[in-house]
Design a protein around this ligand. Structure first.
Ligand code: MN
Length: 259
């Protein structure tokens, strides 16, 4: 890395091991919800969160050729899996119950292929909401298809009209990547999900739960890959005055800077 290049980059930008600003592949959905045209969609709060952490986002839509995922991962520094549709229960060996949403086959296949490629290439991975769910399924885990109907006494995890409201607490495993990233072992979080991890996939460990036992975070258990996944939405807290809300994206950027 030349000192000229380093000096030309603002302090807020981190550099990857090649001395350039890191680029992140960000998964998105495609659907026909708006006006009949089939469109790619991504909440722009993810873009804000990444740019604020000094990371450059590029959007990866559901692909007709998910096998191209290795080609994508070759060209980026990390992967962000974002929120969205329910994962097809057939992918974890269950029949779809009525309360489980209609799956998006191309998105499932693309994100699973991206996750496996990230593991193969040891590229850091941050996953949010649907992210931990599809990541868990990609590595052989299972999901709760609908918390309200399948978990007796569960808290309300789907405060749809309160995207930035802290609606329940999570207890975070001391010493985990997640605890280190937020600098706490107890956190009050927003919650916009009706599914969650059930049986955690081999290689991963549960690192946060809510009081009703719902899995709120998982991460790769070994030290040969950095993969952290949370059920809450730190990207909806971009304007929060509390610094821990930026901690997950900061930890992701810090890890990429030293890969
Ligand atoms: Mn929750």
């Amino acid at each position: 890395m030349s000192s000229t290049l380093a000096q030309s980059v603002p302090d807020s930008n981190r550099l990857n091991s090649n001395g350039v600003a890191p680029v992140i592949a960000v998964s998105a959905t495609a659907d026909t919800r708006l006006g009949g045209a089939h469109r790619v969609r991504l909440n722009s709060s993810y873009i804000t969160a990444l740019e604020s952490a000094g990371l450059i986002p590029i959007v990866i839509p559901p692909l007709a050729s998910p096998e191209q995922s290795r080609e994508i991962l070759e060209r980026v520094d990390g992967l962000l899996l974002t929120g969205g549709e329910d994962v097809d229960p057939a992918l974890y060996g269950q029949d779809r119950i009525e309360k489980c949403g209609k799956p998006n086959k191309a998105r499932d296949e693309t994100e699973i292929a991206l996750s496996l490629a990230a593991r193969e290439m040891r590229k850091p991975l941050l996953a949010i909401c649907r992210g931990p769910q599809v990541l868990n399924v990609a590595f052989g885990g299972t999901l709760i298809q609908d918390i309200p109907s399948q978990v007796k006494g569960a808290l309300n995890h789907n405060a749809e009209d309160e995207r930035a409201s802290r609606v329940h607490d999570v207890a975070i495993e001391p010493g985990s990547l997640t605890a280190t990233a937020v600098g706490a072992t107890k956190l009050s979080v927003n919650s916009l999900h009706h599914q969650s991890v059930k049986d955690v996939a081999p290689g991963f460990k549960v690192t946060a739960t809510s009081a009703d036992g719902i899995v709120e975070a998982i991460e790769w258990a070994g030290d040969d890959w950095w993969a952290m996944a949370v059920q809450w939405h730190p990207e909806e807290m971009n304007d929060s005055p509390d610094p821990w809300d930026r901690g997950l994206f900061r930890a992701f950027a810090d890890r990429i800077a030293r890969v």
